[in-house]
Design a protein around this ligand. Structure first.
Ligand SMILES: *[C@@H]1O[C@H](CO)[C@@H](O)[C@H](O)[C@H]1NC(C)=O
Ligand SMILES: *[C@@H]1O[C@H](CO)[C@@H](O)[C@H](O)[C@H]1NC(C)=O
Length: 359
């Protein structure tokens, strides 16, 4: 118990609800055997692999089973045998018994406990809806044959179950009768009536041929009917898929092209700026050289002549601007950044002052 996860614990509880907890050899009472409220499942003191024996009042291993895969047995465990044809295994799982004659007591929903009629081939329900078993039916705990005909008296049994839906618990009443297949036993008049066709007014599923009385009160198509769609739906879906793919690709293509154009524009602009800058620099050099050459000769004592004199212009282009701007010309650097200005020998004399006035 300590190590059980919540899920296992719930399973444990579930297991506990389906059967008692007394193990093999333990004391039990057949008086406490009953049908569980809500599910109408058989319940006894004994656990799911034993039954309560009348003879000594203890739980003993089951001696037959009615299910192919009975509940509560371990994997690979030895299962009790199923009963042969013409016999049945009661809910307790005590012993195989011969099928019961008409009028004998039987257990809830155990039509198979009752003996079939001589004309079982005509009466047997082959729809898979469990209207009867081999033409016999157990109603109100009594074996009978499902042979009542149209307009004649019939027996009806209404069983209450608790069902669970999205919005919680609700009552599910199952109504069964002993009318022949194709008829239903009217709960009020207690006579057999013909099953209703599609669209006819109904009060319960059993009244409809389709076994589906809609909430609107008319017989609808069977709930098991597969839904078919027109060809246009498939065409629409295919178009939707390819249209979606094409739309996505086109959208991405357009977006990326715009992005690419923007990037290219930036690069072109950058290149233009750099080019203009370069041109400007060349121009400035020319002007500077021209102005230096035009100055009166100062016998090489001027720092300007040592700075620019005798040096190749193309070498200068590869060196950083700051270095060119070196000793005195902080104003020269500012001048370089100004594309539209003219440089003249007059401003060269007071470069800093003149340049600051421009900004
Ligand atoms: C149906 O009932 C008849 C008559 O009792 C019996 O001979 C036959 O074996 C039964 N069929 C099945 C499948 O139980
Ligand atoms: C119909 O079944 C009942 C038992 O449920 C039986 O007594 C009666 O004889 C049957 N009637 C016919 C016509 O087979």
């Amino acid at each position: 118990m300590r190590t059980l996860t919540p899920t296992l614990f719930l399973l444990y509880l579930y297991h506990f609800c389906l059967a008692g907890s007394v193990n093999k050899g333990g004391a039990c009472s057949t008086k406490s055997s009953r049908l569980q409220a809500g599910t109408n499942q058989f319940w006894s003191d004994c656990n799911s692999v034993t039954f309560c024996s009348d003879t000594d009042g203890t739980c003993v291993p089951k001696r037959c089973r009615k299910d192919d895969f009975p509940f509560g047995y371990a994997q690979g465990a030895d299962l009790p045998p199923k009963c042969s044809k013409g016999q049945f295994c009661p809910d307790e799982g005590s012993d195989c018994q011969p099928a019961l004659a008409v009028g004998s007591p039987c257990q809830l929903n155990r039509d198979d406990e009752c003996e079939g009629p001589p004309n079982f081939k005509d009466l047997a329900d082959t729809s898979g809806r469990g209207l009867n078993f081999n033409g016999s039916v157990c109603l109100n705990n009594q074996c009978m044959w499902a042979n009542a005909t149209l307009g004649n008296a019939c027996v009806v049994e209404n069983t209450f179950y608790i069902a669970y839906g999205v919005s919680g618990e609700f009552a599910d009443i199952v109504s069964r009768g002993n009318c022949r297949v194709g008829l239903y036993c009217d709960s009020v008049k207690k006579v057999c009536m013909t099953n209703k066709v599609l669209g006819a007014a109904c009060g319960a599923d059993k009244e409809c041929d389709s076994w589906n009385c809609l909430s609107t009160g008319v017989c609808g198509t069977s709930a098991a009917t597969p839904r078919h769609f027109g060809v246009w739906v498939y065409v629409l879906v295919v178009f939707g898929i390819f249209g979606g793919m094409a739309g996505t690709l086109t959208g991405l293509f357009v977006t990326h092209r715009k992005q690419r154009d923007r990037e290219r524009e930036k690069r072109v602009q950058y290149w233009r700026e750099q080019n203009a800058f370069h041109q400007n620099l060349l121009q400035m050099r020319e002007t500077a050289r021209a102005s230096i050459l035009s100055l009166p000769n100062q016998s090489g004592t001027s720092p300007q002549s040592t700075l620019y004199g005798g040096r190749d212009l193309s070498d200068e282009l590869n060196t950083p601007i700051l270095q060119n701007a070196a000793p005195k010309a902080s104003g020269l650097r500012h001048y370089l950044a100004d594309d539209n200005s003219e440089y003249d020998s007059g401003s060269m004399m007071q470069p800093t002052k003149k340049v600051e006035g421009r900004f």
